[in-house]
Design a protein around this ligand. Sequence first.
Ligand code: SF4
Length: 352
Amino acid sequence: MFSDVLYDICHGAEPTVDSVAELLSTNDPKELEQLYEAARSKREEHFGNTVYTYGFVYFSTHCKNNCTFCYYRRSNKDLERYRKSKEEIVQLAGSLKDAGIDLADLTMGEDPEMYANGYEKLLDIIHAVKHDVGISVMASPGALPSDMFPAVKEAGADWYACYQETYNRELFAKLRIEQDFEKRLDQKISSRKAGLLAEDGMMVGLGESVRDRAEAILKMGGLGCEQIRTMTFVPQEGTPLMMSGTCDTVEELKCIAVMRILFPDRLIPATLDVEGIAGMQTRLAAGANVVTSIVPPHLNLAGVAQHELDIENGNRSVEHVFEMVESMGYRLGTAADYRRFIQDTLERRSLS
Ligand code: SF4
């Protein structure tokens, strides 16, 4: 029964795919509220009411890959792509830092120009943002050769993010076509070995079963990834999945809550990229503790899942997000708090 499973897992029972799937399967309003309440209580134990904030700098929308779910896949000819200069990226990251954002998420498609000459441009950009701006950095540059991670760490990245999206290998082959499941899985392992913190992510609504979701959550947490996330699939214009349906975002909320209950000490994002600012409240109420995808308006920067949502109207701007977070009773973590979190996490890891 749902409440017995929830009680047992909250009190230390070893989770299994079956028990996690049981939690993810409920649609009963009372049980959902129990699930979210348990998640908030676990978050409170580990993080109090602190919420961290990440700015999103999508600095190159060029990509050599052809993922079937992605607007930026190479076969989509219906978009104008851009590549920001190092100077522009530094300026953007600087404005995020000045506004009180804790981390700059430097994201790009798998852009061959950034990969040329031993990843020279990518490393140069990471170095400039870390050392000229002085903000914590997440590098989200696509799959890298495993021997590149020490250089990414050396350049100044704190985090490396690489989403598997699904741990169902058949589904992976249909989504991340022409890409290697094992190589992508190893990204999380090799980046952590090189001293980086790692983020993994799963998508919901792409044809996976509830058991697939349970397996993905257990796998992402089991790998030790210090940040784990889930996002609802949004069909994209100009892609093979353009006409496919998706699922109710409550499925994402259940996954957030279960991640929090199973892995209470991890960072879990509430993305603005699916439902904009309107979806932040429900994701925080389900146990998330990082607001990601904050994008400054009027700078011609794109989002990922929804390339325009709430950007130009300023609803994803720093001031608006901060006001909303505080009005919900959360405390905004400072950049110094966030750096301490990174240091403490790395120290704990080196001792274990
Ligand atoms: S998901 Fe990433 S790797 Fe795949 S096509 Fe989009 S930008 Fe490229």
